[in-house]
Design a protein around this ligand. Structure first.
Ligand SMILES: *Cc1c(COP(=O)(O)O)cnc(C)c1O
Length: 366
């Protein structure tokens, strides 16, 4: 098969050294394997700028959604009520999870090209004292917008509610001081900005609230408290762990550190992103999100004005030349998306620009 790089927001292109870690069938019951899990958990707390007195890290089998579902259905009790903040498909998905699990909830829907306002959320909490938990997405991968979880966290904590953040496509690529920003549960996954492969999600959890949630879970396999209780003994996973994925993730964490940690990775992603937007503008392709709210992870672009433009044709043209891009996900406009996270450098963005330029010129003359 012809190789290509992924300009998608996860799974993403990983290093060869991360992929090579998976060429080994590790057993799960010996000390060295359990220690790998424990070290991953300690490293995640460090990246989150929290201590192990206040917080703990739990790894959960499955994709990112499994982690979000685990938190929402495990930490809300029968008397609790959830406010879901949604300005994209992933925020909307949290509403669907609450609906399926029968968790009493409200949804504050915002336009996909706008960030939810902390003052609106504060108003919601002030007028509905039954609301005990607030959940929202940090980097809404649907559009690429970066939500202001710091301001929302402040409003939520001032009102003594629990704050849950889906930081799936930002944790590891954007520095998040979890305690300082008032986050009680943060969810992310192995295959995004840490640059591992898909197979598990992880949760940074405030210990006191996790302990208080024992017995609340609506699902057996997604029971966050039980998963933590088993894992916290010595690093043994509750059910079969995705061993190859865990080995690759441990390596990816080392490579993140070698790169210079989250600040260095954030700089690389931001540089990729700024260059991408500049080059696309040169091709007459404009971003959907207004500059100050555009995140450094993925960008939604409007189709170019050229009447003959076909995204399908461009997708195949670009893929044949080494890069996979992404269809759009916003509903009200014709768009496509380009991610710039993973083992991607400005040189890749320049190559993509040349390929797309060539495609648009060929289409123009067809
Ligand atoms: C990737 C992602 C998820 C999880 O999606 P999965 O397909 O379950 O991995 C959730 N929220 C956001 C914002 C994401 O980018």
């Amino acid at each position: 098969m012809k190789d290509y790089k992924l300009l998608t927001p996860g799974p993403l292109t990983t290093t060869d050294s991360v992929k090579r870690e998976m060429m080994f069938d590790h057993c799960t019951w010996d000390e060295d394997y359990k220690e790998i899990t424990q070290e991953i958990r300690r490293n995640l707390l460090k990246l989150a700028h929290v201590t192990d007195e206040e917080y703990t890290a739990v790894l959960m089998q499955g994709s990112g959604t499994f982690g979000v579902e685990s938190v929402l259905t495990s930490v809300t009790g029968p008397e609790d009520k959830l406010l879901v903040v949604a300005n994209g498909a992933y925020g909307g998905r949290m509403g669907e999870i609450a609906e399926h699990a029968g968790i009493p909830h409200e949804i504050y829907r915002e336009r996909f090209d706008r960030v939810p306002e902390a003052s609106v959320i504060a108003g919601w909490l002030d007028s509905d004292p039954a609301i005990t938990h607030v959940s929202m997405v940090h980097s809404e991968t649907t559009s690429g917008i970066l939500n202001d979880i710091e301001a929302v966290g402040k409003a939520v904590k001032e009102r003594n509610r629990v704050f849950i953040v889906d930081a799936m496509s930002s944790f590891g690529g954007i520095d998040i001081p979890v305690a300082e920003w008032g986050i009680d549960f943060l969810v992310s996954s192995a295959n995004k900005c840490i640059q591992g492969v898909p197979g598990f999600s992880f949760i940074i959890a405030r210990k006191s609230l996790l302990l208080a949630s024992a017995g609340n879970a609506r699902s057996l396999s997604l029971d966050l408290y039980d998963q933590w209780k088993t894992m916290d003994v010595d690093g043994k996973w509750r059910f079969t762990s995705p061993t190859h994925v865990v080995l690759a993730f441990a390596k990816a964490l080392k490579e993140l550190e070698e790169e210079g940690g989250i600040p260095a990775r954030e700089r690389r992603y931001s540089e990729n992103n700024r260059l991408l937007i500049r080059r696309m503008e040169e091709l007459g392709i404009h971003p959907y999100i207004e500059g100050s709210h555009q995140g450094p992870i993925i960008t939604t672009f409007y189709y170019p004005e050229n009447k003959k433009f076909s995204f399908g044709a461009m997708y195949h043209y670009v893929k044949d030349r080494g890069y996979a891009i992404y269809p759009g996900k916003v509903t009200e406009a014709e768009t496509f998306r380009i991610g710039n996270i993973g083992e991607i450098y400005p040189d890749d963005i320049e190559k993509l620009y040349e390929i797309m330029k060539e495609f648009l010129e060929e289409q123009e003359h067809a």
